[in-house]
Design a protein. Structure first.
Length: 543
């Protein structure tokens, strides 16, 4: 083998000075593969009278200590030079962050670098950004997760905080899943939007409605609750109808909840469209202009051959006070399937002037599945209604300990989780840790089952999947979890379902998982959950 040689040369040029000596590693001379060509530090001036070409695939280094001026000679550098300049030990010689203005990333992590460089995400949540940027309508998101998403320190709540900060025009609500009741808990209001509390403000009767086709009449019990501000809780015009489906025709009557001139709550309904049944509850003593939830329940069959009616009020929509005694009928009953639309403040023009309707919950069954939208900006305005206040971003987090693809494919549970909405909810699924050692075909089947079950309740459901955080090798099923995350990526691609790859994000931020995954090997640390929320937030960009 020909030994490496150091051959002195020098060049001059008044226009360009390089404050280092050049050398070519890997063969500066055609006949010697390991020759080195450089500048001798022992000479003040080194002359080179012919052109110098650095061969393709070679390495161009700098040897400190000499000045090289280019004069008559030309140095040709191909595009694939493997190194130019002195070597720098990045781990020991480079610290801090290099500003973007100086050619750096302005950050020390991949996620921060994307933000500093304004690199857009993949846009997997771009549709949501479009809605929130316009800021004209409420939006509801369903998150189906496990114990990596069930606490306020976990990623769904941390993401909700980021969303609130990014979209101050929105009222942002957060509701966790209550495993005791298998229902959504009462909302936590993270922020109220800049335009204030949402409502439909009425200047007379006929405030808002929905087509009769929105939902069929309740089949086992009526549960209607209205969050309302009335300028007069003892309206001169009696009855003042708060909500219902009840037409003027004597053969097309359904039901309505009302209040009388003495402040008495009442319910009228018909089982055959013609004959009317009426029951009343307690008399309310509320100051004019007060805001209150008012509620009625009509159980068609109490199991003893009779119906039952109860009236309630509430200040928060979750803790209820019964008004008056329970009314028990002499037989079972039902509600006629009227062709009339769903209506809010449809009758009682005088009392409706200045009234504000904030929320509506109409359920099939007591505490059952809601059958119409709860947020009032999903209702159609009538001749005397006007939308007021901020749109609502309603984030519903179905993360709980033990949550899995199987539990979030249960038809009954999904019926309550997806209640009261149209047939096109937005679903974000992050499940996998509780799948144990399963993977491959079994996991694919579980994914298929989850999507099928959700769409059985809401045919137009739009999905976004989230790859979960990696597990540490100290955990029993970490390899199976890795396989599941790989399967999820390929399954999403095959089914054209967007994927937010938090799994890869964890490795980018913390390759050995020492700071982002806790000691149990499964659950992220607080820093890990915040990073996870950041991964999801980033996907609002790009589309």
């Amino acid at each position: 083998m020909t030994p490496s040689r150091f051959i002195s040369f020098g060049v001059r040029h008044s226009a360009l000075a390089i404050l280092a000596a050049l050398c070519i590693l890997g063969g500066a001379l055609p006949s010697h593969a390991q020759d080195t060509v450089g500048v001798s530090k022992s000479r003040t001036t080194n002359e080179l009278t012919s052109d110098l070409a650095v061969g393709s695939g070679r390495t161009l280094e700098a040897k400190a200590g000499s000045t090289v001026d280019l004069d008559a000679a030309t140095v040709t550098l191909p595009g694939d030079i493997t190194r130019l300049g002195p070597e720098i030990a990045l781990a020991s010689e480079v610290t801090g962050t290099l500003p973007v203005a100086n050619g750096g990333t302005g950050a020390s992590t991949a996620a921060a670098a994307r933000s500093a460089l304004e690199i857009p995400g993949t846009g997997r949540l771009g549709w949501l950004k479009s809605i929130l940027t316009v800021g004209r309508q409420s939006e509801r998101l369903h998150i189906f997760a496990d114990s990596t998403g069930n606490d306020t320190s976990d990623w769904p709540f941390q993401w909700a905080l980021l969303m609130a900060a990014a979209y101050p025009a929105y009222t942002v609500e957060y509701r966790p899943w209550d495993t005791g009741t298998d229902r959504w808990s009462s909302p936590t209001i993270i922020q109220t939007g800049t335009a204030g509390v949402q409502s439909i403000t009425c200047s007379g009767g006929d405030c808002a409605s929905l087509p009769a086709s929105t939902a069929a009449m309740p089949s086992i019990a009526l549960d209607c609750a209205v969050d309302i501000t009335l300028p007069d809780w003892t309206p001169a015009q009696s009855p003042t109808v708060l909500a219902g489906r009840f037409g003027g025709s004597t053969s097309d009557r359904g039901w309505y909840l009302y209040i009388t001139s003495t402040g008495l709550l009442g319910l009228q309904w018909s089982a055959d469209g013609s004959n009317i049944l009426t029951q009343t509850g307690g008399t309310l003593s509320l100051a004019d202009g007060a805001r209150r939830w008012v509620r009625v329940t009509l159980l068609f069959d109490n199991g003893a051959g009779a119906y039952e009616v109860k009236f309630f009020t509430s200040t928060n929509g979750s803790s209820w006070t019964q008004q008056g005694a329970t009314v028990t009928g002499g037989a079972t009953t039902s509600i006629y399937e009227s062709t009339q639309p769903w209506q809010l403040l449809s009758r009682g023009t005088g009392a409706a002037v200045g009234a504000q309707i904030h929320r509506v919950r109409i359920r099939d069954g007591i505490d059952g599945r809601m059958i119409v939208p709860e947020t009032v900006d999903r209702w159609n305005l009538g001749a005397n209604g006007a939308y007021v206040g901020a749109p609502i971003l309603d984030i519903r987090n179905g993360g709980y300990s033990g949550g899995s693809l199987a539990t979030w494919s249960d038809a009954t549970r999904l019926g309550y989780a997806l209640d009261g909405y149209d047939d096109q909810p937005h679903v974000i699924t992050a499940l996998g840790h509780n799948q144990g050692g399963t993977g491959g075909a079994t996991y694919r089947t579980a994914l298929d089952g989850h999507v099928t079950a959700v769409r059985a309740k809401a045919s137009g459901a739009a999905f976004v999947m989230v790859n979960q955080n990696p597990q540490k090798p100290t955990y029993t099923h970490w390899r199976a979890h890795d396989r599941r995350m790989t399967v999820l990526a390929s399954w999403c691609a095959a089914n054209s379902i967007p994927l937010i790859d938090a799994y890869r994000g964890f490795f980018e931020e913390d390759p050995d998982l020492s700071t982002l995954v806790s000691g149990d090997g499964v659950h992220p640390t607080d820093a890990g959950y915040q990073a996870w929320a950041g991964f999801v937030m980033r996907e609002l960009d790009g589309s």
